[in-house]
Ligand binder design. Structure first.
Ligand SMILES: Cc1cc2nc3c(=O)[nH]c(=O)nc-3n(C[C@H](O)[C@H](O)[C@H](O)COP(=O)(O)OP(=O)(O)OC[C@H]3O[C@@H](n4cnc5c(N)ncnc54)[C@H](O)[C@@H]3O)c2cc1C
Length: 458
């Protein structure tokens, strides 16, 4: 069976789902392919726009401040490319970049309002969100279950609560790091405690994963059981707030938070965590729900493997599933296949390559990455302030987000790219991942729709 659509989106992470939802909401027939899981589902579920410049120790206090610095200092960054359109006057480049990112982030926040992953925060300030390590990280929006704003009150007392048999969160270590960090930045010490609670999701007592705990809390009277253990611990410490790992539920997290708060009398919030990530999964499911609601067709387990071209136009994409192969013809295509986790890029002894169209790949400094082995771009120390240069590799695009070849000319006039497949930025050191994916998905689909309307994309 072959299919046809106006817009084909390859990849269902943040970038592809933003692009696909916008086009299907506007009545454009849209098919979205997802071969497997995305980095979006592994993320902490908080939307970073711009936290740091590489090697900087101080975070940006607002996304706008970060984007203004990017526009001035990182001309190859995907955010900077937003400002290169011919219609943008030189003196309005920064306004264009900040305005586009702001519009994309507002669209995302509004769209997710009535889903299982509603967001709080605004483009006017970065939030200093607490992580499972007891550290903080700058981010733009967090899920409502992570709201810890009132923790800023000087008389608040914080209890870190972990779970027996759950190895991904150590409340003692988190409490210690939290206090040490406060002292290091000159804040007064604060009363902090820790406790360990017991749950047996589906009868299991050890080696628990966050997903198992979250599923357990979505059912029956498990929140009431949790509250019975938590309340005496919170009362003993005089806690005003309880920080727990991100396990509050997959489908009912916000309701669970409210019930737990009602039963314990303290504010409960989720910390930003590590994969496997319950909030990341919530975000992924919420975005997929939005896309379907808008009338889009999501083909899960479908992998784009090759293509046909008709002159300079991409004509069709060949797709495979374990049981069948098909051809999808589209008038415009968005490539949002992510990096190494999503599978948009792959690296071996021959170099780093783009996996569907074999497009040119470059390093963060725009040197060819097609014939350089990935190990040349990795540091021995896994977590360094400057991160791993391999994360900055990807595709180079024109001002309309169309991948270009060695000669600087677009590979095809109807192929657009968005998200982490783009080169020139490092989400892990900058704290910009889902912000770049949202903004470029938002812009790339508008360019694709302009193309469909016959606008001349010079
Ligand atoms: C552990 C971890 C934690 C992170 N935490 C944060 C965070 O807290 N905040 C933040 O802002 N960012 C975070 N990031 C970064 C962020 O997750 C990514 O930058 C972002 O999700 C990239 O989105 P994307 O849509 O470009 O790609 P992805 O989310 O990776 O999506 C790619 C999609 O393409 C599909 N695909 C690939 N190839 C094909 C093919 N041939 N055919 C069909 N489908 C295909 C994949 O199955 C997937 O659906 C984190 C990243 C990681 C790895």
């Amino acid at each position: 069976m072959d299919l046809e659509c106006d817009v084909l989106v390859i990849g269902a992470g943040m970038a592809g789902l933003v692009a696909g939802t916008i086009s299907s909401n506007e009545g454009v027939s849209t098919i979205l392919l997802r071969k497997g899981q995305s980095a979006t589902a592994y993320s902490s579920g908080a939307i970073d726009v711009m936290g740091y410049l590489p090697d900087a120790s101080e975070p940006f206090s607002t996304p706008s401040e970060g984007l203004t610095a990017v526009a001035a200092m990182l001309p190859l960054h995907p955010y900077s490319i937003v400002g290169y359109s011919e219609s943008v006057q030189p003196d309005t480049v920064v306004d264009e970049i900040v305005g586009s990112a702001r519009a994309a982030i507002s669209w995302l926040k509004n769209s997710l309002r009535d889903t299982i992953a509603p967001l709080i925060g605004s483009f006017d300030s970065n939030i200093s969100a607490l992580t499972v390590f007891g550290t903080t990280k700058p981010t733009c929006l967090v899920q409502e279950t992570m709201n810890s704003e009132s923790l800023q009150d000087e008389d608040s007392t914080l209890l870190f609560a972990g779970f027996a048999g759950y190895p991904d969160f150590n409340p003692s270590a988190a409490a210690k790091v939290f206090l040490e960090d406060r002292i290091a930045i000159g804040l007064p010490p604060r009363k902090v405690g820790r406790c360990v609670l017991k749950l047996a999701p589906f009868g299991k007592l050890y080696n628990l994963s966050s997903i198992e705990i979250a599923r357990h809390l979505d059912h029956g009277n498990s929140i009431e059981e949790l509250a019975k253990q938590l309340k005496p611990q919170a009362d003993k410490l005089g806690a005003t707030h309880v920080a727990i790992p991100p396990i509050l539920g997959i489908r009912n997290a916000l309701e669970n938070k409210k019930l737990l708060e009602e039963l314990t009398g303290v504010e409960v919030f989720e910390l930003l965590g590590v994969p496997p990530s319950v909030p990341g999964l919530r975000l992924q499911m919420a975005l997929e729900g939005l896309f379907r609601k808008g009338g889009g067709r999501l083909l899960a387990g479908h992998e784009a493997i090759s293509y046909t071209k008709n002159g300079e136009l991409l004509d069709a994409v060949m797709v495979r599933t374990p049981r069948r192969r098909m051809k999808i013809k589209s008038k415009a295509t968005i490539l949002a296949t992510g990096k190494f986790i999503g599978g948009g890029l792959a690296g071996d002894e021959n170099g780093i390559r783009e996996t569907v169209f074999d497009l040119m790949t470059v390093t963060g400094t725009y040197h060819s990455a097609g014939d350089i082995t990935p190990s040349r771009f990795t540091n021995r120390v896994s977590i360094t302030p400057s991160s791993q240069p391999v994360y900055s590799c990807g595709l180079t695009v024109d001002p309309h987000f169309r991948p270009v070849q060695e000669d600087g000319v677009e590979w095809s006039s109807n192929l657009f790219a968005a998200g982490s497949i783009l080169a020139g930025y490092d989400y892990s050191s900058e704290k910009s991942g889902l912000g770049v994916a949202t903004t470029t998905g938002y812009i790339a689909i508008r360019k694709a729709m302009d193309f469909l309307k016959g606008v001349d994309l010079k």
